[in-house]
Design a protein around this ligand. Structure first.
Ligand SMILES: NC(=O)c1ccc[n+]([C@@H]2O[C@H](COP(=O)([O-])OP(=O)(O)OC[C@H]3O[C@@H](n4cnc5c(N)ncnc54)[C@H](O)[C@@H]3O)[C@@H](O)[C@H]2O)c1
Length: 316
């Protein structure tokens, strides 16, 4: 009998490529589906043997081809940026809402055993009750968050109404190796590191006291594999995957000063549209249902990330 086949959509991106690496390390059979819009093959470079299918979620035929023979889907592919979605709400909707529905339809038709979805803490948006647990109302404030929440709701409907096992994992600001630092839309940690290496001041939108439950990528990888293999009772659930801590942008700058021994200068600019003040996760449901616990805490994750980027840039 053939080994189960794992499909990682968005496998050439930041989180997806970290998942692929871990699956291959565990000896799994892996297929990657990606349109290479923000991902690239370099992320997958010498990681082992896997199958690559180039295609787009917005194309139902491409989704059907990708799902053939698949046992587990870890659906990471998305149009992933709050500011980009403010500039282009329709692109966010088509990739994230319609694209996820296409993937679910194809997964159901192909007889997939479990479909795990990369959902996001931005679903909580302006709901300022902390720590944030899955029973709170969703109050998205960006087109990105709306489109990702639509995908999450489609997952629940596919579990309840169509009998496909699904689990949605709400990630909270993920960081780590292979995150893209090279654009104005970049996430804050690789961007800070890039500025630091270039000897430039750290640019902080808002006052720097906005805070996030920054989660090192290995924790999210582990959460995905656990969600795929957990007992069937998890089907239809939405589960936070984070560390249960709360770090501000000023805290990151301070930690980076400790790690690198360099003093950081800071310049402040106005808040960006769609930004929220705070995320801070309650991870009790993940602990109970997935036996999840954060493997790598924030300071250690930041050290590992710095080691990766400084080695990479040192070689340039
Ligand atoms: N990075 C975070 O902090 C974070 C937080 C919460 C949720 N998420 C979710 O995690 C997932 C992965 O995010 P990431 O940070 O690795 O982003 P990323 O941009 O690095 O990866 C996304 C991948 O999907 C591919 N892709 C995009 N649109 C596609 C399409 N229409 N068809 C096929 N492939 C497509 C891209 O080429 C890329 O390889 C996303 O679903 C995102 O919404 C990320």
């Amino acid at each position: 009998m053939k080994k189960p086949l794992w499909l990682v959509t968005g496998g050439a991106g930041f989180i997806g490529s970290n998942i692929v690496e871990e699956l291959l390390r565990r000896g799994k059979r892996v297929r990657v589906f990606d349109n290479l819009s923000t991902g690239n093959m370099e992320n997958l470079a010498p990681k082992g043997r896997f199958e690559f299918v180039k295609g787009d979620l917005r194309d139902p035929k491409a989704c059907a081809k990708a799902m053939k023979g698949v046992t587990y889907v870890l659906h990471q592919a998305a149009f992933r940026s709050v500011p980009k979605s403010v500039d282009n709400p329709m692109a966010a909707h088509e990739n994230n809402a319609t694209g996820t529905l296409n993937a679910l339809m194809a997964a159901k038709a192909a007889g997939v055993k479990r479909f795990v979805y990369a959902a996001t803490s931005s679903a909580y948006g302006e709901c300022e009750v902390f720590p944030q647990h899955e029973g709170l109302p969703t109050m998205p404030v960006s087109p990105y968050a709306v489109s990702k929440l639509a995908g999450e709701n489609y997952c629940r409907v596919y579990a309840r109404t169509f009998g496909l096992e699904t689990v949605a994992l709400r990630y909270f600001n993920v960081f780590g190796p292979r995150q893209n630092p090279e654009s104005m839309y970049s996430a804050v940690i690789p961007r800070f590191m890039e500025l630091l290496v270039a000897g430039k001041p750290l640019e902080i939108h808002w006052d720097g006291r906005q805070s996030r439950d920054f989660t090192y990528v290995a924790n999210v990888v582990d959460g995905n594999i656990r969600a795929a293999l957990a007992p069937s009772r998890v089907s239809g659930l939405t589960i936070n995957v984070a560390t249960g801590t709360n770090i501000s942008l000023l805290d990151i700058a301070h930690e980076l000063e400790k790690i690198t021994g360099r003093k950081t200068e800071k310049i402040f600019s106005p808040k960006r549209k769609g930004d929220i003040r705070k995320t801070y996760s309650d991870i009790r449901l993940a602990r109970r249902e997935l036996k999840y616990k954060p493997l790598v805490k924030f300071p250690e994750g930041l050290r590992l990330t710095w080691a990766y980027f400084s080695a990479k840039w040192g070689k340039k």
